[in-house]
Design a protein around this ligand. Structure first.
Ligand code: FAD
Length: 409
């Protein structure tokens, strides 16, 4: 095996590139900075860390439901990548990754430029998996980005406003495809919007807004195995790696995720790590959640510092910190690894506190606290929701969404 302590070009900086400013990428970034502060690098190494992301911000996905249901602004869940790189003494390269040349150690960006690396952490997350269902990609909305959340919110509000017109008695049929945690949480939050805020914000009767959710064929969950009307369809039926990951020439596993060894290096690669949702560890797959992503990011950073110091890598061990989920006001479930379970208001307060604490940035925490307090304390008394624009006809496909330019902050 090559001497990994030597920079690729034999001189100059040791180039570490972190691809993706999500939970995994930002944790890797801050851990690299922490290790540098603690002098966990060979004394002669000058380290240059670069964060690459297609956006100039990091999105806090766990609160996207609240953005999509008009209780938080998109800015509440977006943390500037510049702030993260400045704190970590790193550099930011905004660009969309489209390819990888492992021989030359270069990430390829859509604008034709390349970013060279000596060590690379791929932490670019996943997106909706449509499983080849006819029309799903073209007609359903998804909820993985800040942009997705704004479009869903605007579409919901526009449909409601249209039905407020005199003489319009049409039902609004909302379908959440997928009966997993994402589908249940989203359907619960939509129901909260309908049951609490709707009577105060439009003239549409609650009974005219129907929310169906679940997996195909499960009649009890609301989605029958037959044709049904749907004005707004949200796809929450599963996730997979985006198509470009499959073209990188790296080994992939279930859902197109990158196959990683126990130390998180991509199978067959000495210098490329996979972290977060995009990684699937051979024989030890973890759930695609924030905690595994955070722990992966930290581990990948530590292994890079070990390799640069001439030390062998260590296997990743996941520390289970429990799970929590909410389906609306005062309704949540918390499960700790010690088998302690809580439900109802206590669990919901714990959910709220954890999400506010984990949000990056003081401004985001304060604005999210204000907006969530507003949502939960005033909605039932006509407190008002966050409004946007009419998204226009049928702006639903992911490609169309990507081309959409006029998104409010
Ligand atoms: C709606 C929703 C609610 C959720 N709720 C919870 C929850 O309550 N609890 C929980 O633990 N988990 C939750 N999750 C899951 C959790 O958010 C993910 O597991 C976590 O974000 C994964 O982190 P990551 O760093 O792997 O990827 P991400 O956070 O997805 O970050 C990936 C980054 O890569 C960038 N990127 C992607 N492609 C490219 C490219 N081609 N070029 C450049 N940059 C690129 C993206 O812009 C993004 O910044 C939720 C997810 C969603 C969608």
């Amino acid at each position: 095996m090559a001497d990994l302590a030597e920079p690729a070009d034999g001189a100059g900086d040791l180039r570490i590139v972190v691809a993706g400013a999500g939970f995994a990428g930002l944790t890797a970034l801050s851990e690299l900075a922490r290790l540098r502060r603690r002098h966990r690098w060979p004394a002669r190494s000058r380290v240059r860390v670069t964060l690459v992301d297609r956006n100039a911000y990091s999105t806090f996905q766990p609160l996207l439901y609240q953005v999509a249901t008009a209780g938080l602004t998109a800015a509440d869940v977006a943390y500037p990548a510049w702030t993260a790189v400045r704190k970590a003494g790193a550099h930011l390269r905004k660009g969309e990754i489209t390819g990888l040349d492992t021989d030359r150690r270069q990430l390829l960006l859509r604008d034709g430029s390349v970013v060279g690396y000596d060590y690379l952490v791929l932490a670019t997350g996943v997106s909706a998996a449509f499983f080849g269902v006819t029309g799903a990609a073209e007609n359903a909305l998804s909820l993985y980005t800040r942009r997705d959340a704004i479009i869903l919110r605007d579409q919901l509000m526009t449909e409601l406003e249209r039905r407020s017109a005199p003489g319009d008695t049409r039902d609004l049929n909302i379908t959440v495809a997928g009966g997993g945690a994402t589908g249940v949480e989203l359907a619960g939050t939509l129901a909260e919007l309908r049951n609490i805020a709707l009577p105060e914000i439009t003239e549409v009767a609650t009974a005219h807004v129907r929310i169906a959710s679940g997996d195909r064929g499960r009649g009890d969950d609301g989605i029958p195995d037959e044709e049904m009307p749907s004005d707004v369809t949200v796809w929450a039926a599963g996730v997979a790696a985006p198509e470009w990951i499959g073209k990188l020439g790296l080994p992939t596993g279930r859902g197109g995720r990158l196959r990683a060894g126990s130390d998180l290096r991509v199978a067959g690669q000495d210098r490329v790590f996979a972290a977060g949702d995009i990684a699937i560890i051979d024989g030890d797959p973890q759930p695609q959640l924030a905690q595994p992503a955070i722990q992966h990011g930290r581990h990948a950073a530590t292994q890079i510092s070990r390799l640069a110091s001439g030390l062998p890598t260590q296997p990743f061990r996941y520390k289970d910190k429990g799970i929590m989920a909410t389906i609306g006001h005062r309704s949540a479930v918390v499960e700790l690894p010690s088998r302690i379970r809580a439900r109802g208001t206590l669990a919901w307060l714990a959910w709220l506190a954890l999400h506010l604490v984990t949000l990056l940035g003081g401004r985001n925490r304060i604005s999210a606290l204000v907006n969530l307090s507003w949502r939960y304390l005033t909605w039932s008394r006509g407190g008002g929701v966050i409004v946007g624009d009419d998204p226009g006809p049928a702006i639903v496909s992911q490609d169309a969404m990507a081309r959409r330019e006029t998104i409010d902050p």
